[in-house]
Design a protein around this ligand. Structure first.
Ligand SMILES: NC(=O)c1ccc[n+]([C@@H]2O[C@H](COP(=O)([O-])OP(=O)(O)OC[C@H]3O[C@@H](n4cnc5c(N)ncnc54)[C@H](O)[C@@H]3O)[C@@H](O)[C@H]2O)c1
Length: 356
């Protein structure tokens, strides 16, 4: 069974789907939509026979397909997904990360797709790579003891657009244990934007899950990653060891009881990874009629963490989960580091055990 497929939004992310669909024997890539005409020409050159359209509505009307990949910027994902769900031929859908520009949009997308009982994938690459999957497996099998923290340093990328991949990885490495709270600080001095979204110049996001595991992400435009030569770093610290790896790079270092002097391990990469692996998983779910939503749900939690980080910075507060119950506190005139003169309310931090 070969599934017909189309892609909406044909930039960097869309091309990953276009190339994956072309490479896979399970799909026939037939159509693409992009609002920019100059994109159509290069698509027709690179993907001969591809029908191109200037809007997804036009494409759905003239060339409906079994599978649709939504690869526009996050703010348009929800309306495009809802339009796609109205197309009777649709049997499965890929929605790029971040699922939406808000957690509410992300939730609507998942609920609407579930209501049609359609398979769905969100292409987080680390879920398909030999190195990251082997690291997750070792951590879940307690090979570095009990996991205590995951530190991520990410140079030249922001929390929402790249950090969401890292958060999804953190969720996988912690068995998707629920999040307890998020606290974040963002410097926004350079007004940086990326992928259609305003983002931080530099930020620190501190996440705690219900088991006490900390996920600490430093993201932004110019960071000094403290393993020389690396642009992205993951450091997983357990009671019995440390693993370090570098996002898309193949290989990791491990220090534990089995490798007390430390060891670099380079697993063989899978023959199929990235978008193609996600799309082939989608094809399998379509074939078997068993949609699975665990990975999209994890992507949504990652989006909630991003949103919680921005709320934390905006309202100067720790954001406790579930995020849907978050109520912003009243604006505060309390400034850590300023003298306290005995007026203005507050509580005595020396008497916490007694009073509170
Ligand atoms: N999963 C991954 O590894 C990965 C990698 C890159 C990008 N992405 C995601 O892909 C999405 C797009 O980012 P990008 O890097 O491809 O951006 P991009 O600027 O390279 O491309 C976006 C394309 O979408 C088109 N577009 C915008 N609105 C549209 C609409 N309503 N209808 C049709 N076309 C429209 C633009 O003309 C452009 O060609 C983002 O959500 C991004 O996070 C994911």
């Amino acid at each position: 069974m070969v599934l017909t497929a189309s892609v909406i939004g044909c930039g960097v992310g869309g091309r990953l789907s276009l190339e994956a669909l072309t490479a896979s024997p399970l799909f026939q890539l037939v159509a693409a939509a992009d609002v920019r005409f100059e994109v159509h020409k290069s698509l027709q050159q690179d993907f001969p026979g591809l029908q191109t359209f200037s809007s997804h509505q036009e494409m759905f009307a003239q060339c409906p397909t079994d599978v649709v990949c939504v690869s526009t910027y996050a703010p348009s994902h929800e309306s495009i997904v809802l339009d796609a769900l109205a197309v009777p031929s649709l049997r499965g859908i890929l929605v790029e990360k971040p699922l939406g520009d808000t957690a509410v949009a992300g939730r609507q997308i998942i609920e609407a797709i579930k209501a049609r009982k359609l398979p769905m994938v969100v292409p987080h690459g680390l879920r398909t790579r030999a190195t990251s999957l082997e690291v997750i497996d070792r951590v879940l099998h307690s090979e570095i003891g009990e996991l205590r923290s995951i530190e991520v340093q990410c140079d030249k990328w922001d929390l929402l657009n790249a950090g969401i991949h890292w958060l999804d990885f953190c969720l996988a490495a912690t068995g998707e244990a629920p999040i307890a709270s998020v606290l974040a600080a963002c410097d926004t001095s350079t007004r940086t934007y990326r992928d259609g979204m305003q983002v931080e110049t530099v930020a620190v996001t501190y996440v705690e899950n219900v088991n006490g595991v900390r996920m600490i992400l430093q993201t932004g435009d110019f960071l000094r990653v403290n393993t020389p030569g690396k642009q992205i770093l993951f450091r997983l610290l357990g009671t019995g060891g440390i693993i370090e790896f570098w996002a898309w790079e193949n290989g990791y270092s491990i220090l534990n009881a089995q490798y007390p002097a430390g060891q670099i391990i380079v697993p063989d990469e899978f023959p199929v990874f990235g978008h193609r692996r996600h799309l082939e998983t989608l094809a399998e779910q379509i074939r078997s009629g068993t949609p699975a939503y665990r990975l999209p749900e994890s992507s949504l939690t990652a989006l909630e963490i991003c949103e919680a980080a921005f709320l934390s910075w905006q309202h100067r507060c720790q954001v406790r989960f579930p995020l849907a119950s978050f109520v912003p506190p009243a604006p505060s005139d309390w400034h850590p580091g300023k003298p306290y003169f005995g007026a203005g309310g507050g509580r005595d931090g020396r008497k916490l055990g007694q009073q509170f």
